[in-house]
Design a protein around this ligand. Structure first.
Ligand code: PRP
Length: 216
């Protein structure tokens, strides 16, 4: 069986609603931030399915004993927000993954070359190979930033098959190289937009997510 990148675009009214709010150019920063938080929450909820490790046991209810499933606290879970815009999705993700370690990765695109430049790297030297990693970044445009992030992660022992990417808008230009390099990876996105313009913006997209989150 040949593995192929899977991209889930959950058909959920809350995801559609907050995507519409985020896309609207008239949405002010304060509401745009709420939209990112909500999208982070609901997309992480979807991503956690069959990804968060569980352990089977039994519990004693007031009436009887029964089978029970808990989240396994021994398997490390990490969230990697790609700064700045990935921070917008982090809060929602963190409410569902309260025990996760957060490792910040600061990447910005050089405006001329559109190549990502790393200005902050708080990744550990080595990850436990069992670590479940969730990467958050609202935009996968040319794919340069997410490819750089995946390269930094896998160099440090992260298993791409145990990695999930949560984004808001993804373009085929970014998904193609991801699929070629990391076929076991799974992406959760609120939408797929076909076009990336010559300035590296996704069209119709939602503009510059980092600037809209932070009001810059
Ligand atoms: C945006 C976005 C992604 C990246 C996507 O960040 O949040 O990280 O661009 O583009 P790519 O797929 O072409 O690499 P930006 O560089 O604008 O930095 P910011 O988050 O600090 O605004």
């Amino acid at each position: 069986m040949t593995l192929q990148l899977r991209v889930y675009v959950p058909s959920h009214p809350l995801i559609k609603h907050w995507l519409a709010v985020a896309r609207d150019a008239d949405t002010p920063s304060v509401l745009f931030r709420s939209a990112m938080t909500e999208l982070g929450r609901w997309l992480t909820y979807e991503a956690a399915r069959e990804w968060l490790p569980t352990q089977e046991t039994t519990v004693q209810t007031p009436l009887d004993s029964c089978d029970a499933t808990f989240i396994d606290p021994h398997v490390p879970v990490a969230v990697v927000p790609i700064l700045r815009a990935g921070l917008g999705l982090l809060e929602g993700a963190q409410t569902l993954l309260p025990l996760a370690s957060i490792y910040h990765l600061g990447l910005e695109r050089d405006e001329k070359t559109l190549q990502p430049v790393c200005y902050l790297n708080k990744l550990p030297e080595k990850f436990d190979p069992q670590t479940r990693v969730l990467v958050t970044d609202p935009m996968l445009a040319t794919g340069g930033s997410i490819m750089k992030a995946m390269s930094e992660l896998t160099q440090r022992g992260v298993n791409p098959d145990l990695t999930r990417i949560v984004c808001v808008v993804a373009s085929p230009a970014a998904l193609r190289p991801l699929s070629a390099e990391y076929p076991g990876l799974i992406v959760y996105s609120a939408a797929i937009d076909e076009t990336v313009n010559s300035q590296g913006f996704i069209v119709p997209g939602l503009g510059d997510a980092g600037d809209r989150i932070f009001g810059t």
